[in-house]
Design a protein around this ligand. Sequence first.
Ligand code: C5P
Length: 406
Amino acid sequence: MGRTPSGRILLIISGGIAAYKSLELIRRLRDRDIAVRAVLTRAGAQFVTPLAVASLAGDKVYEELFSLTDEAEMGHIRLSREADLVVVAPATADLMAKMAGGHADDLASTALLATDKPVLLAPAMNPEMWQHPATQRNVERLHRDGVSMVGPAAGDMACGEVGTGRMAEPETILEAILVRLGGSGTLAARRAVVTSGPTHEPIDPVRYIANRSSGRQGHAIAAALAAAGADVTLVTGPVNLATPPGVTTVQVETAREMLEAVQTTLPADIAVCAAAVADWRPEQAASGKLKKTDGTGAPLVSLTTNPDILKTLAAPGPQRPRLVVGFAAETDDLDANARAKLARKGCDWLLANDVSPATGTFGGARNTVTLYRQDGGRETWPELDKTAVADRLVASIAAELGTATP
Ligand code: C5P
């Protein structure tokens, strides 16, 4: 990781057993010279004491919206604005529902509604609560409102159940905070281009070849790069996601359109190819809808190879971005396949994702990524969700480029 930013965090601790991990988070933030002002909800105070929070934060703890002393010392509006970043850890289903609905009936929800600063949530709840359509609706809503999230992670829960709902570890939350605090500096003046989502390759005016890419990883990377201060263009295939805040988004359909859009953004310092580009497209898209004609059987669609955007970007030349990053999903022989792909594509880094059934990655929330560098370096990251993968990647990019002169 690059330079250690210092800054000011407003940390909201809501009511969940994971609140004890927030004490550890405060300690780690203070170790980094980051000032922490804490708000403890009434439910949060059932899990950690105000005294423990205040002792670690080195500041008083704010608890009541209508407390004369809290309001006299620091009004809730000022409280929410005198921070560089508002972090909610743990973020309960209830507090997230309040945020999604715009409620403001206690100090935490009021500060969250009044803030003009970026907000980072570390959700923590029972897996069924996390999966519930109401919670997922709120998550979607909050994403659209520009709120970012780290976690939840998968694993054993304090309630005895197993699934996705554990709060991200303090280390992971710290990393997400550092990326966001670096916004004014680490990647300022750097230009980045990110590809995301699937491509749609037309067969005829109504049919196309596509894949199941959601675009979440690429969008999270674009958002994290922007949060770190980079000037980001996101070139995305058709996805059902909100445009990340602070990012210039170009929507395309086909691989050829994606390549063209990417090339018009050059020169760039950083290119991250996270799109699931279709390898092939129909050689000739029919101009009219193909008809089902009795007796003639199915039409034969002949395919041709699409351009490889990553390989094109990574090819030597005056326009080559300084750092070109690709992705690879591998089911077996991760190491050999990743190294071969790194060499074949010519990119600087390759993030290889082990999707073999034994890892539980496929269809699950677990994601184990290994970063391969052209110089032979290799780093396996712990199980992370897509936001955390994005944060860690951006922290690595900042370490590589951040302090060097553009
Ligand atoms: O060859 P494979 O599809 O496994 O490589 C994956 C990497 O290459 C990803 O980073 C993806 O975004 C990129 N890619 C690309 N253009 C293609 C195919 C893959 O940019 N046509």
